[in-house]
Design a protein around this ligand. Structure first.
Ligand code: AQP
Length: 334
């Protein structure tokens, strides 16, 4: 890229209906970053098959995610929006990087440990090497910054280690990326088990808010969110009994832009019922315009095809450049 704007790479898997957590932890921040950076935002379908997917649903969710990106305000002309499997260099570089990653490193990844406990019947090799594919995603675009939620920071650290190891052997091939997290909404927790993060593949639909849930369903889920029996609305970090209230305060703060302190002050003499009703309203009002734009985009399939085709062309050009560099360095004949 010719100017000195920094390069950003980020992505979401089409592994379920996108949640408020994905939105507040990732996509909302992408929108703020797009003006001052070169941004590549991907829909990582290759990552999603580390867990069994229904093919028809995967197709639908991939397009849904593209619509959500655009509906949230990501400009498809200014940024590169693409589907991971349309750019073969991701899988190609991942193979190479697999040979520069140690099994000990992969065994330490929290997400692998969590997901292998959750999918005991399908602890596949892809699930294990997922962070290497993620490293390839990021390094192909020579990204400076990777906006992610707190849950993904460990994978960014590994990406940096792999890149440094490779550069140490072959010279400066990869830019060493940095992960960064937004201040508000960095980690949204499950509404049913607030010590666990909100996940789109959670088996309990009450645990997450999907960006595509009906508004009355969203309100119901928030109103039935697990809290505690204390009846005090205050933020107490690292106190598991307060995890539910902490989470609702975090969500309220992220969707309204208000500080947690000011929200706590407002609800000092109020009960959980009033508080939850207001959080529900704030979330619905925040999502409403996004849903309106999403519905409009659903009517225009040709436009979506045009966006992802052009996105793939642009992404392929950049990714292939990095892959060629890697292949040359390791001694593959081009
Ligand atoms: N609960 C969360 N709070 C804040 N940010 C979150 N992210 C995910 N969950 C939360 C951020 O969303 C981006 C995309 O995540 P992903 O789809 O690539 O994978 P994930 O982190 O595994 O997300 P899920 O929803 O938990 O998916 P499943 O259920 O399929 O594993 C990342 O930037 C992530 O930090």
């Amino acid at each position: 890229m010719e100017d000195n704007k920094k390069v950003i790479f980020s992505a979401v898997q089409p592994s379920g209906n996108i949640t408020l957590g994905n939105y507040l932890g990732a996509i909302k921040n992408w929108v703020d970053l797009q003006n001052d950076h070169h941004c590549c935002y991907s829909i990582v379908d290759e990552h999603s098959i580390t867990v069994r997917q229904n093919p028809q649903e995967l197709k639908k969710r991939t397009l849904d995610l593209l619509k959500i990106y655009i509906a949230c305000g990501i400009d498809p002309e200014e940024n590169i929006l693409f589907i991971q499997s349309h750019v073969p260099a991701h899988a190609q570089l991942a193979w190479v990087l697999n040979c520069y990653t140690y099994t000990g490193e992969l065994s330490r990844m929290t997400q692998f440990k969590d997901k292998s406990k959750k999918h005991t019947d399908n602890v596949n090799a892809g699930l294990y090497t997922y962070p290497v594919l993620m490293a390839a995603d990021i390094l192909l675009y020579q990204a400076d910054l990777v906006p992610v939620g707190k849950d993904q920071m460990q994978h960014i650290e590994l990406t940096r280690n792999i890149a440094q190891r490779f550069n140490g052997i072959y010279g400066d091939v990869f830019k060493i990326p940095e992960g960064f997290m937004p201040k508000a909404g960095a980690k949204v927790m499950s509404l049913a088990e607030p010590t666990k993060k909100m996940s789109k593949s959670d088996e309990n639909p009450k645990a997450y808010i999907s960006m595509l849930d009906d508004f009355n369903v969203i309100a119901k889920k928030i109103k039935s969110a697990v809290t505690d029996s204390e009846g005090i609305i205050e933020y107490r970090e690292n106190d598991d009994t307060k995890a539910g209230v902490n989470n609702l305060l975090t969500i309220m703060s992220a969707v309204t832009g208000r500080s947690i302190d000011s929200i706590v002050a407002e609800y000092q003499s109020k009960g959980y019922g009033d508080f939850k009703a207001d959080v529900a309203e704030a979330v619905v009002e925040h999502i409403r315009p996004i849903r309106q734009r999403y519905d409009e985009l659903s009517e225009d399939k040709a436009y979506l095809i045009d966006i992802y085709t052009k996105g793939a062309e642009r992404a392929n050009r950049i990714a292939q450049r990095t892959l060629n560099k890697v292949y040359k360095k390791i001694g593959f004949i081009l």
